[in-house]
Each structure stands twice: as C-alpha cells, then as structure tokens.
Design a protein around this ligand. Structure first.
Ligand code: KG4
Ligand code: ZN
Length: 354
C-alpha cells in the first residue's frame, strides 16, 4: 500500500507545496514573493497577504504536477515553526482545514528539521541516483534565520550541538550585500560576483567564539567600517572617512574581490566550526543544508574539506536547499512512519525549541 503526503511550507516569503509518495518527491512547487525586493528585506504583513493569494494555486499545481487527486492524499504535513507568525498561520490554517475536511491526519513539521532531512530526498545527477547519508550524521544547516550544527541519530532524533549567538550565515550574506548596495536577498548576488573575484584580496576578521557556536555580527560591523573607509582600514577612524562618492567608486571598482573576500570569510567561519564538531563527535557522515548551502563557494569548500579529512559529504539537490515543501513532505513521511501526528489544536510558533 502506498503512502502519499501533501507538504505545505509558508514560514517566510515562499509559498510552497509538494507531493511525496513512498519517500519519492512527485512535485515541488515554490512561489516566491517579489514584493519585498523594494524594501530591502521581508515585510511580514506583505508576506502573509501574498501567502493567502498563493496558497490555493500552489497546492493545486503541486497536485496536478504529481497527477494526484486530493482524495488520494493520506496525510497533510505543514511547517509549524519557526518563522514569521503571520506566514506560518496561513499555512497551518490551510493544512488544518484540509485535514479536517478530508478527515486525514495532520503532521506538524519543524522547518529546521526539514532542512536537515532534505538530505534524504532522492536526487539524480547525470541520470544516476546520488548517494544519501546513513545515520548517524552531522549536518551544518545554514539559512536566512539559523546557523546550526545538528547531530542526527535518526529522522526524528536530532540535537543542535552548535548555533549562532547573533546573526545567521544567510543574514551575514544579505546584510553584507545591503552594505554594498545590492538588492534583497543579496546572498545569491554575492555568490555570483564572488566567482570572478580574489578571495584573499581583503582580509576580514574571524570571530573567536568558544565551543561549536558561531557569530557573524562582528563581520558585518567590520565590513561597514571597511566600506566607510573605502577599503583603507577595517577599523573605524574618522580621518579615513570616505565620501559617499568615493565609497561608491571603491565598491564599483572592486565588487568581485569584495564579494569573494566576504564569502571566503563566511565559509571559513562555518567550515572551521564544522571541522571542530567532527573531531569532537568522531562523525564521518557530514551533510550541508539550508538556503546558504546553494552557495557555490561553500559547496566547493565543503567538498574539498571533506576530501581532505576523509568525510562522506552530502548536499541536497539545489532545489531542496532553499525553502521548499519537498523537505516538509519528506519530514512528514518519516514522522508518519514514526506515528508522530498532530491534532487540530496544534499552535504555530515563531520560535521553536528543539
Ligand atoms: O533556507 P532559506 O531559503 O530560508 C530560511 O529558512 O531562512 O535561506 C535563505 C537564505 C537567504 O539569506 C539567502 O540570501 C541565502 O539563503 N542564500 C544564499 C544563496 N542562495 C540563498 N546565500 C549565499 N549564496 C547563495 N547562492
Ligand atoms: Zn529555510
């Protein structure tokens, strides 16, 4: 007997739906929201409104692409937390209404757990199935709101062993991009410009944070001072304060090198902590996940580090790195197998403890 899960994701500014049958993804539909670009970041109220407009057509498209009728769906999985509360509520109310009207079970999914399990979604390169990780494994999850090292014993047993004490890696990318005058979300643009740049041209400091935790707020400040001085120094000195025009010219003339240097520092902060975690845990199966794992520099450096230290490395296919509902559906699949269901009184939460 087959098991069909409809997954729904609406935690931030992507409305997404996916159909998963027996652990295979049959459709993965994502509607982004262009409306936030002009504001330089996600505006929660506008995000909620866009989710309301998008959710019915997105779910319809996911069912149609999968050639699936609502009546054959066995279970509805949705993102319960963490995220923007208004955005989460749209997805959860929709999922609950569907579960109630179809008389089907409901599964509440933790968005960060789903990013990790994106590593289990079957994917193919050059017509061949990609290898997938066996448990236990470590996962470096890097998104716009979180940066975590997660110790995974099974699809439903995970523990965060390191996380950011301030900004997330995605925020470090986006805030750096904003300082460079690039539109939101700037992470993919830094990635694009960095490809032509010299990562060693400018040196940004590596924060000294104890244990397996991360910090990115100091990097942002150091980039701010660096740009205020038009590259003359990383510290704030009035006498070096460049004019707006000088600053713009400096950025224009050096954009690829600045982007490559920022990206290099973010990547080394992440991978140095990951190396430390592998030594402390003795783990050899190492995964990457979250929106920032779409970054070309991080993917390459992660695989290079893995080769050097003898890790088995895994990265989800690109479409499962940034926010999507396939990861919600696959998490729903594993939670279904574990009998972990929610009832209609389950509450959405902007923050969520593991
Ligand atoms: O996981 P995600 O889609 O959403 C959250 O759960 O937050 O991650 C979004 C983050 C944004 O900060 C975005 O700039 C970043 O992922 N991102 C990238 C790239 N693609 C997405 N950062 C650097 N390089 C990329 N190619
Ligand atoms: Zn995410």
């Amino acid at each position: 007997m087959s098991l069909t899960i409809l997954g729904i994701e609406s935690s931030c500014d992507e409305t997404a739906a996916s159909v998963c049958r027996d652990g295979k993804i049959l459709s993965n539909i994502v509607a982004g929201q262009k409306v936030h670009e002009q504001y330089g970041g996600v505006v929660p109220e506008l995000a909620s409104r866009a989710h309301i407009q998008n959710i019915v057509p997105v779910v319809d498209a996911a069912l149609k692409t999968a050639d699936c009728q609502l009546s054959t769906v066995d279970c509805i999985a949705f993102t319960q937390s963490p995220g923007l509360i208004g955005s989460l509520l749209v997805g959860s109310q929709f999922a609950k209404s569907l579960a109630l009207s179809l008389n089907k079970p409901l599964i509440a999914v933790h968005h960060m757990q789903a990013h990790v399990l994106a590593n289990l979604i079957p994917s193919f390169s050059d017509g061949k199935a990609d290898p997938k990780p066996c448990f236990p494994f470590l996962c470096l999850t890097v998104s716009g709101g979180h940066t975590q090292i997660v110790h995974c014993e099974s699809p439903t047993q995970m523990k965060v062993i390191g996380e950011t004490i301030d900004d997330a890696a995605g925020e470090a990318f986006d805030k750096s991009a904003k300082l460079l005058g690039l539109p939101y979300p700037g992470g993919p643009l830094i990635d694009k410009y960095a490809r032509q740049g010299d990562p060693n041209r400018f040196k940004f400091p590596e924060p000294q944070v104890p244990g397996l935790d991360f910090s990115f707020s100091g990097l942002k400040t150091s980039i701010l001072y660096f740009l205020q001085n038009a590259g003359k120094s990383h510290s704030f000195k009035e006498e070096y304060m460049a004019t707006g025009e000088e600053r713009e010219k400096f950025i224009r003339d050096n954009l690829p090198d600045i982007c490559a240097s920022i990206q290099h520092r973010i990547v080394t902060i992440l991978l140095n902590k990951l190396k430390k975690a592998t030594i402390e845990t003795g783990m050899r199966n190492i995964c990457l996940a979250g929106g920032v794992s779409a970054n070309r520099g991080l993917r390459t450096a992660f695989e290079g580090t893995g080769k050097k230290y003898g890790w088995n490395t895994f990265i989800p296919a690109l479409e499962y790195c940034t926010d999507n509902a396939a990861m919600i559906a696959i998490t729903g699949y594993y939670k279904y197998l574990a009998g972990d269901f929610a009832d209609l009184s389950v509450i959405s939460s902007a923050r969520a403890e593991w």
